[in-house]
Write a protein that binds this ligand. Structure first.
Ligand code: ADP
Ligand code: ASP
Ligand code: MG
Length: 460
């Protein structure tokens, strides 16, 4: 069970977590918890890392002081005994002190840019703090909670900032360091998002990576199910923060959920579905504040499902156009190399179209690359000689997810009809036949999502 930053960031969320664990602990032989940093903490830590690189001592110290106050206030409001409380405070101070030390050495190095490798070392502390708070809360309520750092469990490649776990090595670590705890009746509280390279260097799995941790731990421990507890009632027809009347989707196939996450639905990490699909482990998404709701179940495709449009999502992309035609391979390679240098992640050519005199390409930047990736990439490309002659601008990629979309052409026609008046820069059907993506200028993104969403509500 993974609890996101939206759940562990507040006392109300933590007391919900506690009652859920008390209840589910009776129903399952073994439980493994994964926790993210408190909401907003990773953003603050990334900022601290940037300030350290700029040698702004006051700046990063202020952030550390704010984080300390916030965690202490949270601990203060929890029903913890005095011994547990003071042990936790000591732990918290030690972790923050070590992190301050790292910032200090970054500041002394006077480097031009902040390497993802250094940032990873600093951001690790967010999840470590949260796991200790949650484990202490469990212990205080007669559950055997133990905080575990995923650096001893999740072994990844060297793509700092957006690393991918090595499932075989991770499985070995799980067998040695996690399963024995389960046998002793312990509930491990594992840090989400973080891991370490084969040589023991700190890595992170990309923004929103605690979902991915849960998926990898589920696969590596042969879990019966993986549950993601968050602040909404399940996977919905669209982002409920953007559209008021979004509805919960009770069941989705792995393919549909993967496409939804890949094309921008922040609720799931884009790479978490594949490992689950391979092992056919069901995934549930539930609301920590309304645990009486069933949430969404993601599982293998059920035969005989009627064609339907089910959800719409949107993501910023980078649109590039030029007044000539020709091979796009070099450009795709350049963009990929630049993004990989900045964030450790890879782009994908989403959609390209050409006429005899013009070319247009749109790249999707995965949400796990972080909120600044698009802007940094655009700057890097504008400074690069190799992309001379290409006009680069942010665009919006709006994606419709559905069942058997490719077979029923009237669905595509209905979608296009609903977008009357919205200029479409490019259009592509996903190879898995469950997604259709449209590229529009940024100012049309919202209206396109809302029109398609109305179509989904009307047709369901
Ligand atoms: P957590 O801290 O639990 O990981 P996130 O903020 O990462 O939470 O993900 C939950 C958020 O995802 C929701 O609050 C919602 O705004 C957003 N979201 C985006 N698309 C969807 C969707 N299709 N269904 C549900 N939530 C979505
Ligand atoms: N704390 C990390 C982030 O903010 C991981 C997560 O939330 O899943 O990206
Ligand atoms: Mg998340």
């Amino acid at each position: 069970m993974k609890f996101g930053g939206t759940s562990v960031g507040m006392t109300t969320g933590l007391s919900q977590l506690l009652s859920i664990v008390l209840y589910e602990h009776e129903r399952w032989t073994n439980l493994i918890l994964v926790v993210s940093a408190l909401e907003g903490v990773t953003d603050a830590l990334i900022e601290a890392a940037h300030l350290a690189q700029l040698n702004n001592q006051r700046g990063y110290r202020r952030i550390v002081a704010t984080l300390r106050t916030r965690h202490l206030a949270l601990i203060e409001h929890l029903p913890l005994g005095t011994t547990e409380k003071s042990a936790l405070q000591t732990d918290l101070d030690r972790l923050l002190f070590d992190m301050l030390d790292t910032c200090q050495s970054v500041a002394e190095r006077h480097e031009d840019t902040l390497k993802p490798e250094i940032a990873d070392k600093i951001v690790h502390v967010g999840e470590r703090l949260a796991a200790r708070v949650v484990a202490a809360l469990l212990r205080q309520n007669n559950l055997r909670g133990v905080a575990l750092d995923a650096t001893d469990l999740i072994i990844t490649n060297n793509a700092y900032g957006n690393a991918t776990p090595d499932l075989a090595l991770t499985r070995e670590r799980i067998a040695n360091n996690l399963l024995p705890l389960l046998k002793r009746g312990i509930i491990p509280v594992v840090t989400g998002y973080i891991g370490s390279s084969v040589t023991g260097k700190p890595t992170t799995l990309g923004r929103g990576g605690s979902d991915y941790t849960a998926s990898v731990l589920g696969v590596g421990s042969d879990a019966r199910e993986v549950w993601v507890w968050t602040d909404v009632d399940g996977l919905m027809t669209t982002d409920p923060r953007e559209v008021d009347n979004a509805r919960v989707i009770p069941t989705l196939s792995y393919e549909e959920a993967a496409e939804l996450a890949y094309f921008g639905a922040r609720i799931l990490h884009p790479r978490m579905i594949n490992p689950l699909r391979e092992k056919m482990i069901p995934l549930r998404i539930r609301n920590v504040y309304t645990p009486q709701q069933p949430g969404t179940l993601v599982r293998e495709k059920v035969a005989g499902m009627q064609p339907a449009i089910r959800a719409v999502t949107s993501i910023q992309g980078l649109g590039m156009s030029t007044n000539h035609s020709g091979s796009l391979a070099d450009l795709a390679k350049l963009v990929d190399v630049k993004l990989s240098e900045i964030t450790g992640s890879n782009t994908d050519v989403m959609i390209s179209s050409q006429s005899s005199t013009q070319s247009f390409v749109c790249f999707v930047i995965p949400t796990s690359a972080g909120p600044d990736a698009l802007h940094s990439l655009q700057v890097a490309l504008s400074e690069s000689e190799e992309s001379d002659g290409w006009n680069t601008r942010p665009v919006q990629v709006v994606t419709v997810i559905g069942t058997r979309l490719g077979e029923i052409h009237t669905l595509t026609a209905d979608i296009l009809l609903s977008l009357e008046g919205v200029p479409i820069l490019a259009l592509a059907q996903g190879p898995s036949h469950c997604s259709l993506s449209l590229v529009v200028e940024t100012q049309y993104g919202e209206i396109a999502v809302s029109r398609i969403h109305n179509l989904i509500l009307k047709s369901s």
